[in-house]
Design a protein around this ligand. Structure first.
Ligand code: KG4
Ligand code: ZN
Length: 335
């Protein structure tokens, strides 16, 4: 089965073709970062308009790259939620109209399911069951995954998502949007151990997260170190380092706790923050020495992309799941 996947839930237009026998045939990604950068965050109206401009040309591009005609496509998957309602509607409407015109089924996919299955696109793919750490701009969750569609949320952030905290700290440090990669780069030049930031909620039992206190602590430190409103360069790097260290340490502790609680030895990490190199290294080292295994998507499939939606859709379409006739997007959609 050959599935076209569309991702338009936020600020990336992702399109891909996944073949259940041959794997990923083609994928293309257009990022709207430049459109939103001057506003310091995603402007929903501009996101919808840009998705409308870009999605059809990208579909043509992946069809050409995969050497496919429309008649070679057996189904269309699109992100039906969660996300920005206007942006989701662009993908849903296009996917459903094309499917109707081409006489093939379509299926709306959960964005976070796309993320958590993204490591399955790799040659070294995990086996079920596993624990997934989903860390993106909108979510921080630990999920027990027993099979496709068999998910149990074990813990999640009670306030900011990890990526959101990275983005807010980036603003405090005068870094551009989206801030995560910029904070990570600045942290590399930071002095380890200069500041010791709190590891939120690690001393309490359970698997929930909280990042808003850490964010406030970071802001307080920025103010304390600033001289006439200017933060000296080395302090900037040291604060970025301390913040990243605290987030990474917290995530590592909670992942280990989830694996031990569920008596599993496989962790899958996905979502934009899983591109963070320090987080990957620390999880590899900490879980590796306990005989546990960690799986990640390739960096290009950590952040939003069409390949993960094509893959998740293909797994579901292949067992006969299809959309009802009425189109619905779900801006809020629990896992
Ligand atoms: O999954 P994603 O592309 O979009 C959402 O569904 O949210 O995740 C984007 C988030 C942003 O908050 C971004 O700052 C963060 O992932 N991010 C990172 C890194 N790369 C992206 N955070 C920390 N370190 C990184 N290297
Ligand atoms: Zn995402």
């Amino acid at each position: 089965m050959r599935v076209l996947g569309l991702e338009t839930s936020c600020d990336e237009t992702g399109v891909a073709i996944y073949d259940t026998d041959r794997g990923l045939l083609a994928h293309a990604l257009y990022s709207q970062i430049a459109v939103h950068a001057e506003y310091g965050g995603v402007v929903p109206e501009l996101a919808s308009r840009d998705h409308i401009r870009k999605t059809l040309p990208l579909i043509q591009q992946v069809l050409d790259e995969a050497d496919c005609a429309a008649t070679d496509i057996d189904g269309i998957a699109y992100t039906a939620g969660p996300g920005l309602v206007g942006a989701l509607m662009v993908g849903a409407t296009l996917a459903r109209s094309l499917a109707l015109g081409w006489g093939i089924p379509s299926l709306g996919v959960h964005h976070m399911e796309g993320h958590l299955l993204a490591p399955m696109l790799e040659a070294r793919a995990p086996d079920f069951p596993f624990i997934a750490l989903l860390v993106s701009g909108g979510h921080t969750q630990l999920v027990r995954v027993d099979d496709i569609g068999e998910y149990r949320v074990l813990g999640e952030s009670v306030d900011d998502a990890a990526g959101e905290a990275f983005d807010k700290v980036a603003k405090m440090l005068n870094l551009p949007y989206p801030g995560g990669p910029h904070v990570a780069r600045l942290a590399e030049a930071g002095t380890p151990g200069r500041f010791d930031f709190p590891r939120p909620m690690v001393n309490r039992p359970g698997l929930d997260f909280s990042f808003s206190g850490l964010k406030t602590h970071t802001l307080t430190t920025v103010r304390e170190c600033s001289v006439d409103g200017v933060l000296p360069e080395q302090d900037r790097c040291d604060i970025a380092r301390a913040f990243e260290e605290a987030v990474v340490a917290t995530l590592v502790i909670k992942c280990r706790r989830a694996l031990e609680q569920e008596q599993l030895s496989t962790l899958v990490m996905a979502g934009g923050v899983s591109a963070n190199r320090n987080l990957r290294a620390r999880l590899d080292a900490d879980l590796g020495k306990r005989g546990m295994q960690v799986f990640y998507p390739a960096p290009e499939f950590c952040t939003d992309n069409g390949a993960m939606i094509a893959y998740a859709g293909a797994r579901r379409l292949a067992v006969g799941q299809v959309d009802a006739f009425e189109t619905a997007v779900r801006p809020r959609w629990p896992m």
